[in-house]
Design a protein around this ligand. Sequence first.
Ligand SMILES: C[S@@+](CC[C@H](N)C(=O)[O-])C[C@H]1O[C@@H](n2cnc3c(N)ncnc32)[C@H](O)[C@@H]1O
Length: 222
Amino acid sequence: MSGVTYDYMEHYLRELIPSNNGIIKDLEDFAIENRVPIVQKETAKFLELMITMNRPKRILELGTAIGYSAILMNIASGGLNEITTIERDEKMIEIAKSNIEKYGMQSKITILKGDCLEILENLNDEYDMIFMDAGKAHYNHFLPHCLRLLKKEGVLIADNVLFRGMVASKELATHRKITIIKRMKSYLELVSNNDDLITSVIPMGDGISVTVRKCPGMREEK
Ligand SMILES: C[S@@+](CC[C@H](N)C(=O)[O-])C[C@H]1O[C@@H](n2cnc3c(N)ncnc32)[C@H](O)[C@@H]1O
């Protein structure tokens, strides 16, 4: 049970997505065998959609793991975008590096080693798209930096924002996860109640939020 949507809905939506092959399938198999958390199937498809729609040239990702989503996002752009991805786990970095090299994407995907918050504080480049997929208990702390680094027309996507349904339901919430739940709620409130932003939360996968800046004039018109 995902806790985010009905099981029958999740099952049906997943069945609609054709199975991958080649590089992406190999990475999925590795992730399953080695119990590495990667984006869910429908979230992967959503990222591909966003990249095809918006054609972001420069992407910042928080949370590389084995490089699955970074590689998928680069393939979705036809190899045209550049991705900077942050990871603190040395073992993951090693595996991601070897995957990136194996598929010849070294010039397209750069891994920054370290804690997301520390790295974000020191980044000054601008990005067309930011994908948050690390440090669920810190999305609210990452947000000011992500907004500073996001281009005017950029898109900020965050995964796991409903966290197995716990963010929306007291019945599903467990005591051990209370900090993540509180902080994730704070993140969703920040992106939902900021007059300059427009955010949509999608109950898909583990919950995805999509945030962009409002068009000029939109605030006044409301
Ligand atoms: C869910 S996985 C990322 C999956 C990846 N985006 C994918 O779908 O292929 C989250 C990763 O973030 C890393 N991580 C967690 N907290 C972090 C932090 N504060 N700074 C840097 N990396 C972090 C973990 O080591 C883990 O590899």
